[in-house]
Ligand binder design. Structure first.
Ligand SMILES: Cc1ncc(COP(=O)(O)O)c(C=O)c1O
Length: 437
């Protein structure tokens, strides 16, 4: 039986799901998500560990329930995300809000209500701090504070959230002003937070630990938890290497112990991975609509029935996702993880979607150039499956471009059952808020 990547999803399961639900669809593997959660929960630490799942990676209700059911809390990046988690049954006290929004207007009352019930507010701007400080002080609510360290690391420039090109967190230059404000308003900062970016070099993550502990020692006498953010590198492609969570944890443990020996303070560590939990648990399965060639000096194209509107990452970042070719009958014809078993007609091919947009390709580099990839030659109506599609794919789509419908989401349960966790969108839903002339 041929599985896709490290998951329990087989080519037969793809073919069966395609028959039941039609293409395109997202498919998630429950077992892989469970394994990843167990993995991060075991991360070595000195004086306790809080793990929150960064729900922006994939906010499907069933996945939030699955992940929080294992003991992870949630990192929400907008009030709506936090409300969505709450609607999924997750208590406010298990959610931290790290947002770029400024709490004004009607959302302000909702935020206060949620904070009174336990939502943790992470001040990421001076203005946010100014706006919530009085309320927090009156209700005796301690806040978190996100620090902009001036140094970051990401898989691409656009995923670095710590250096001078990004604007996340209270910059070191403003830190004393922010802390003076907190003292004046009598509000306690008990969590020091940082997130330097997504998928960067793990060495940068180690340096992030050192730096953050330095800030806590210098500026934050009341902090009991150091939140180091998410960003653990995950390997979507066979030539990539994931971050070694255990090794990072052992390093952190040593550093937190040294901090204790220096200061007498036992700090809890917090992390908030998104990608690492769900990226490799997900697939976008598409049907092959047609094949084309642009001549001897051109390319062999595969036209899939899902592209940029269902997975925007290649267009946004030049992200690579592994391709699998699956026959209609459920045979794995090629996998980039197993090029030893090449199908006879394996060749370099370019996967494109069906949008009227030349950038609608799954085979792009960071400059928008086409990079053909080795794969089998599918028959029409076979399946082209895009791996590494559990994080920032369904949740970050260019939804409804060309009026294509949002694909359904299916969860492969550990029991083998295929459970619909989001129904397919209907055309009426796209137009329901429009009004006639
Ligand atoms: C504040 C914060 N925490 C955690 C994450 C999760 O990052 P990743 O998915 O790379 O683990 C993000 C992602 O951008 C973030 O902005």
């Amino acid at each position: 039986m041929s599985t896709l990547g490290q998951t329990t999803v087989t080519a037969q399961i793809i073919a069966k799901a395609a028959e039941l639900f039609g293409t395109p669809f997202y498919l998630y593997d429950e077992q892989t998500i469970l394994n990843k959660c167990y993995d991060v929960l075991k991360m070595p630490n000195a004086f306790g560990l809080d793990v929150s799942y960064a729900m922006k990676a994939n906010s499907n209700k069933a996945l939030l329930q699955l992940i929080t059911g294992l003991g992870l809390d949630l990192d929400a990046s907008s009030l709506n995300e936090a409300k969505r988690a709450h609607l999924a049954g997750i208590p406010w006290s298990r959610i931290m809000l790290t947002s770029q929004e400024v709490p004004l207007g009607p959302a302000r009352a909702e935020l206060e209500e949620a904070m009174k019930k336990g939502l943790k507010y992470n001040a990421c701007y001076l203005r946010q701090l100014e706006l919530v400080a009085d309320f927090a002080a009156v209700h005796g609510l301690a806040l978190a504070m996100r620090i902009h360290p001036g140094v970051g690391a990401g898989e691409s420039v656009t995923r670095n959230t710590g250096d001078k090109y990004s604007c996340f967190g209270i910059h070191l230059n403003d830190l004393e002003k922010a802390l003076e404000l907190a003292t004046r308003k009598k509000v306690t900062i008990d969590v020091a937070h940082v997130h330097i970016g997504s998928g960067g070099d793990p060495q940068q993550w180690r340096e992030n630990i050192d730096r953050q502990l330095g800030y806590v020692e210098k500026y934050f006498p009341n902090v009991h938890t150091v939140n180091l953010g998410g960003g653990f590198k995950e390997a979507r492609m066979p030539d990539e290497k994931p971050a070694d969570i255990r090794e990072l944890g052992l390093y952190a443990r040593r550093k937190f112990h040294e901090f204790y020996e220096r200061t007498g303070r036992k700090l809890k560590m917090a992390i908030e991975p998104g990608t690492y939990i769900v990226a490799n648990a997900g697939f976008l399965a598409t049907g092959v609509l047609d094949k084309k060639s642009t001549g001897d000096d051109g390319f062999n194209f595969i036209i899939a029935d899902g592209g940029m509107e269902a997975n925007s990452r290649p267009l946004l970042y030049g992200s690579r996702h592994p391709f699998y070719v699956v026959s209609k009958s459920g045979r794995l014809l090629s996998s980039e993880f197993d090029l030893g078993e090449l199908y006879p007609e394996t060749d370099y091919r370019v996967v494109v979607g069906r949008c009227c947009e030349s950038g609608d390709s799954q085979s792009l580099d960071a400059h928008g150039h086409i990079i053909p990839r080795l794969m089998a030659n599918p028959e029409l109506d076979d399946y082209l499956v895009i791996g590494g599609a559990g994080a920032y794919v369904s949740s970050m789509t260019l939804i409804n471009y060309n009026s294509y419908l949002q694909p359904p989401e299916i969860l492969l349960r550990t029991s083998g059952e295929l459970q619909v966790i989001r129904a397919p969108q209907r055309l009426e839903q796209i137009v329901q808020n429009e009004r006639p002339l």
